[in-house]
Ligand binder design. Structure first.
Ligand SMILES: [Zn+2]
Length: 416
């Protein structure tokens, strides 16, 4: 790589002002952003983003689900581009950085290359994925999920928000139902920069998280069937109490996740007593379990040990416990060569860094099933995200953007 390319840095002040200027699209009084997918504020930021990418010399394509792709030509146009980007939609009380950083830093990478008159060997393509957040329409990460074929386009277009408006109607209302077919924009590889949304990097004073994995998920629906009886006249040893049973299960899930940790979490997040009454021993309870790990063997162990614990508690208490596995998402292992490329870029730039697992889902996790993918994390204040208080520093955002720039240069190559 030429000396110019290897010493190149993004324009930190420009990136920072771009992040803050575009935060006006959906700005909240508390300093956050409310930019629900495919709403009027999303249209404003999309229009701004398209114009900015075109001003940077890109051709912008929009697919049938509103996913936006800005292509910067390379010397060798026979190969698919190296992809970079994230999402511009936010939670109802979201922050300025979740998704936004990765998309605007990708634009900053193109602007930096333009300023230095650097042509890459492979083309580059900046993506803005539709509805990452999932707060207006379900599922989350909708655009990238349909892109990889996890859902059909027709299915996604028919999904409705709480007001009964479909994705198709919302796309049409803001003029973003594009004409390219979903999935036709190919990538050689894809890199997503994102805030960590957790506390690890900040606690360890690391500037860069080299994301090598994402957690797998197990979701269960549980049902306990005991026996309703009088709270006054039923002796303790004769009871078949569904709520006391659930209490043991809650603590068992917590204990098992701790024992299999640190790479495991487990939560009983919902519990509903069928006919609650102050003077009736609960006879029936529905509950949920959410448990996660980035390690497939630990996921198997979580499944086996939670089931065994539930069975033991049920037998001992003479109640029935049914556990239905509702959803099993295997862990994400990002491409080792791409993860190495991110790590090398961070080291060469002199940034403190560590390998890290993504606790949250990202578009990159969806894309990983179809192409080599890696992610870059930067710290966020107190690990807070999905909150108007979400914050990140200018040096950390710039460090992430510089790692993105140099990872992309390593993957795309510099034309001679
Ligand atoms: Zn995000």
């Amino acid at each position: 790589m030429s000396k110019l390319a290897s010493n190149l840095q993004i324009d930190s002040a420009r990136l920072w002002s771009t992040i803050h200027d575009t935060a006006k699209f959906g700005a909240t009084p508390k300093g956050g952003v409310r930019r629900l997918t495919l709403g009027p504020e999303d249209k404003l930021v999309r229009d701004w983003f398209r114009a900015a990418c075109e001003a940077a010399g890109c051709e912008v394509q929009i697919d049938a689900l509103g996913n936006m792709f800005a292509l910067r030509r390379g010397r060798d146009m026979s190969k698919p581009p190296v992809g970079l980007g994230s999402h511009l939609d936010t939670q109802p009380t979201g922050g300025k950085f979740d998704g936004v950083l990765g998309t605007l830093a990708a634009l900053e990478v193109l602007r930096t290359l333009n300023d230095a008159s650097i042509e890459t060997e492979l083309p580059l393509c900046v993506a803005n994925w539709t509805n990452e957040e999932g707060s207006r329409f379900a599922p989350a990460m909708m655009g990238s999920a349909a892109y990889v074929g996890d859902f059909t386009v027709e299915d996604i277009l028919s999904r409705k928000d709480a007001a009964g408006i479909s994705v198709a109607e919302a796309l049409d209302s803001i003029g973003y139902r594009g004409d390219s077919a979903v999935g036709t924009q190919k990538f050689t590889s894809f890199i997503e920069l994102h805030i960590e949304q957790g506390p690890i990097l900040e606690a360890e004073s690391k500037a860069i998280g080299v994301v090598d994995s994402g957690q797998g998920v197990l979701w269960y629906d549980g049902k306990i069937t005991g026996f309703e009886s009088h709270a006054g006249s039923t002796p303790m040893q004769l009871r078949r109490d569904a709520l006391a049973t659930l209490s043991e299960i809650v603590l068992a899930v917590e204990r098992i996740a701790i024992e299999l940790g640190p790479n495991a979490v487990g939560t009983v997040g919902e519990a509903v007593i069928a006919a609650p009454s102050r003077n009736v021993i609960p006879g029936e309870i529905a509950f949920t379990i959410d448990t996660r790990s980035a390690d497939a063997a630990i996921m198997d162990a979580l499944d086996q040990r939670i089931r065994a614990a539930a069975a033991e508690i049920a037998t001992r208490r003479k109640v029935e416990v049914a556990l239905d596995l509702l959803w099993r998402k295997p862990p994400t292992r990002f491409d080792p060569k791409l993860v190495d490329a991110v790590e090398i870029a961070a080291k060469e730039l002199g940034y403190s860094n560590r390998r890290i697992t993504s606790g949250a889902g990202h578009d990159a996790c969806n894309l990983n099933t179809k192409m080599p993918v890696a992610m870059i994390f930067v710290p966020c204040k107190d690990g807070v995200s999905h909150n108007e208080l979400e914050d990140a520093t200018q040096p950390d955002c710039s460090a992430g953007a510089n790692v993105l720039l140099h990872t992309v240069l390593a993957l795309a190559g510099v034309a001679k």
